[in-house]
Design a binder for this molecule. Structure first.
Ligand SMILES: [Zn+2]
Ligand SMILES: [Zn+2]
Length: 341
């Protein structure tokens, strides 16, 4: 009895309530999901603080709400839409290679039918209505392997992810945070707790746009308050000035990020491709100013905005002739014929 008491591991006082909590909410037992949930709670709290302080201190805004309720209603609508967009992006699928592979193999096994091919030679894979059985990558890998091999027409070998043990189409990358290969991998967003890839890049851009607009509008309301009420109650002014400074820093960051992602979309690039260009095998040797996957600004924009998130496209590597054509210097005639569009 004595020995048992001495040998019992020392438990901190908060471990028992935590265990009880994990029994009711099993998802919280995973440290990754716990930190992601904490981040989401932090984001909602920060938004509530900024809007709450404004409505608490600014009497003029309350008066204005009584006279022009549509103005405050619009602001609150943007506030709610931004938070919904944040959660929608956070919970959306970035487009995993495993999903695309199982879809291709299931279809091939059921119909003996290859995926549809678009005009530019890229394959279109729809996951709509397909039951995706997560049974590993072993069973019907031949259809997927053949499809991926076709995407590397000038390469002697395809690229296999050493972690997932499956062939990666061009532009896919293994994410070490999600432990999955992502189609058209952009980056892993810590703030969203999710990867950004082909399936949710559009949602991510809209989230950035809405967050920037909300930040800008909140900043205008803060500046209007300070202009009208400065030197009335010093501690209120101090809180408002501190919040305004942090808000402006966030606004500059968001604005730059929004512009950066707009540029990536117009040129059909990803953050990963831009940042690690020299280390990516399929981009080596291509001049810096050439965007190999770009189909022109209009087509890039159309593909980005109008492709449903349940449809994934895997693009083949461009041929040397296509690269040469894209490398050709611009002339006056190109400006007239809108070559880059
Ligand atoms: Zn992988
Ligand atoms: Zn990830």
């Amino acid at each position: 009895m004595m020995i048992a008491t001495i040998c019992r591991p020392v438990r901190s006082p908060w471990e028992e309530p935590m265990d009880r909590c994990f029994r009711f909410f099993p998802c919280l037992a995973d440290p990754g999901r716990r930190s992601s949930l904490c981040l989401k709670l932090c984001l909602v709290t920060i938004h509530l603080i900024y809007a709450g302080v404004l409505f608490l201190f600014d009497g003029d805004l309350i008066e204005r709400t009584k006279k022009e309720p549509w103005y405050t209603a619009l602001y609150l609508l943007l506030f709610v839409v931004t938070l919904i967009q944040y959660f929608a992006t956070s919970l959306s699928s970035p487009g995993y290679v495993l999903e695309a592979m199982l879809t291709v193999n299931e279809r091939s096994a059921a119909n003996r039918k290859a995926p549809e091919t678009s005009k530019n030679g890229s394959y279109v894979i729809s996951t709509e209505g397909n039951l995706i059985a997560r049974n590993g990558s072993g069973s019907y890998s031949s259809s997927w392997s053949k499809l991926v091999a076709d995407l590397y027409p000038f390469s002697i070998r395809t690229w296999t992810c050493t972690y997932c043990n499956m062939e990666q189409p061009p532009r896919a990358k293994h994410c070490h945070d999600c432990d999955k290969c992502v189609l058209q991998f952009d980056h892993h967003c810590v703030w969203l707790g999710n990867c950004i890839g082909q399936g949710n890049h559009c949602k991510f851009w809209w989230y950035l746009f809405e967050e920037t607009a909300l930040c800008l509008w909140t900043g205008v309301l803060y500046i209007s308050y300070l202009k009208a009420h400065i030197t009335r109650v010093w501690w209120q002014d101090a809180i408002m000035i501190i919040l305004l400074i942090t808000l402006l820093v966030c606004l500059v960051f968001l604005l730059l990020l929004l512009l950066f992602h707009s540029y990536l979309i117009l040129t059909n690039q990803t953050t990963f491709e831009l940042v690690r260009r020299r280390r990516i095998h399929y981009l080596r040797g291509i001049p810096e100013r050439v965007h190999p996957f770009s189909r022109g600004v209009r087509r890039n924009l159309y593909n980005f905005c109008c492709t449903r998130s349940t449809i994934y496209g895997v693009e083949p590597l461009p041929t040397p002739e296509e690269i040469e054509e894209k490398s050709r210097p611009y002339t006056c005639l190109d400006a007239v014929t809108c070559r880059c569009c």
